[in-house]
Design a protein around this ligand. Structure first.
Ligand SMILES: *Cc1c(COP(=O)(O)O)cnc(C)c1O
Length: 333
């Protein structure tokens, strides 16, 4: 694998820190570390920054003048894509899906949505359950009709190009751990649109690094999530010259902590957000990293990581906390 073969726009703050979480680890009885991908820079950072370096590289190469993407109302991916567009002088048009059904004022207008508006994107809202792939094409066509050149980025930036960002993260993490003489027994991440998880799997496979990765799902049931991650990891590995290296058993998702559904917060998530905040001053997010931490906490308490050094990939998203004030505040009182 040789990532310099792919167009890339450089703006991420890399490498992100790899830090111990001694007080949270002690509370869970494991040796817990965090890879701080909430610190990637770009309007608050998060995991989409790494993907967008490669996606913007491709968009600029193609001479695009408008980025088109989609996400749920409180999408971190949308916020970061708008920021990347602003950074390179491209217009951004986004479609926000009312996926959670929430019409609360903070959900619809605060958090990521406020930042989207601050950075100046054209926003179109559609009902939950809409065909978002079709909606992307509707927007792209309207850009073409007025003579623009759209570059369409799928939800979450999760295609093979975006996944390259997490191939690079896999490499970065191993180099960093080796420099620190830090043996890693397991990597834990949230897994949603699959690009993060798939890029990590493809990256480790290409590097022959056998650290198991556990993805905590936030939406789809386990068979669907694992299939999505596996298919994207296989395609990504092929693209980086590591065809055939990704095996099905390398892809493991635990989707038992989704709760009521995507973007819906339950007491387990609130407890996880509070525990990380109160033991480490670490801000997780309500939709992804908080849900993954809910899973990690429960599994750790059941002894699943006994004797292991676990690295939690913090994928960012704390800006979304402000879209959930009406849900969080009563539970924290
Ligand atoms: C998008 C996102 C994820 C999920 O990453 P995928 O590549 O979509 O699976 C996790 N955490 C945060 C904060 C995100 O915004």
């Amino acid at each position: 694998m040789h990532l310099a073969r792919f167009p890339r726009a450089r703006f991420a703050h890399l490498p992100t820190p790899l830090e111990p979480l001694p007080r949270l680890g002690a509370a869970l009885g494991i040796d817990l570390w965090v890879k701080r991908d909430d610190c990637t820079g770009l309007a608050g950072g998060g995991n989409k920054t790494r993907k967008l370096e490669f996606l913007l590289g491709e968009a600029l190469k193609q001479g695009a003048d408008t980025l088109v993407t989609q996400g749920a109302v409180q999408s971190n991916h949308v916020r970061q894509t708008i920021a990347a567009g602003a950074r390179f002088g491209l217009a951004t048009e986004v479609i926000l899906e009312e996926r959670t059904g929430s019409k609360a004022g903070d959900y619809m207008g605060n958090g990521n949505v406020l930042l989207d508006k601050l950075m100046g994107a054209a926003i179109r809202y559609v009902l939950g359950g809409s065909d978002m792939v079709a909606e992307l094409e509707v927007t792209a066509e309207s850009v073409r009709q007025r003579g623009g050149k759209p570059y369409v980025i799928p939800g979450g930036g999760s295609n093979t190009i975006g996944a390259l960002g997490y191939v690079d993260c896999a490499r970065e993490l191993v180099v960093q751990a080796d420099q620190m003489d830090l043996r890693i027994d397991r990597l834990v991440t949230a897994t949603g649109s699959a690009g993060t998880h798939a890029g990590l799997v493809a990256g480790f496979a290409a590097l022959s690094v056998d650290i198991p990765i556990l993805g905590f799902g936030v939406r789809a049931p386990k068979p669907k999530q694992e299939e999505n991650v596996f298919n994207l990891a296989v395609a990504t590995a092929e693209m980086i010259g590591a065809a055939g290296r990704v095996k099905r058993e390398m892809v493991v998702a635990d989707c038992d902590y989704v709760g009521e559904g995507y973007g819906l917060v339950d007491q387990g998530v609130i407890d996880a957000l509070a525990l990380a905040a109160r033991t480490e001053g670490l801000l997780l997010d309500p939709v992804y990293s908080g849900k993954a931490m809910k899973g990690l906490i429960d599994q750790a308490r059941k002894g699943a990581f006994k004797g292991e050094r676990v690295v939690f990939l913090h994928t960012g998203g704390a800006q979304g906390l402000f879209g959930y004030q009406s849900v969080l505040e009563p539970a924290l009182a």
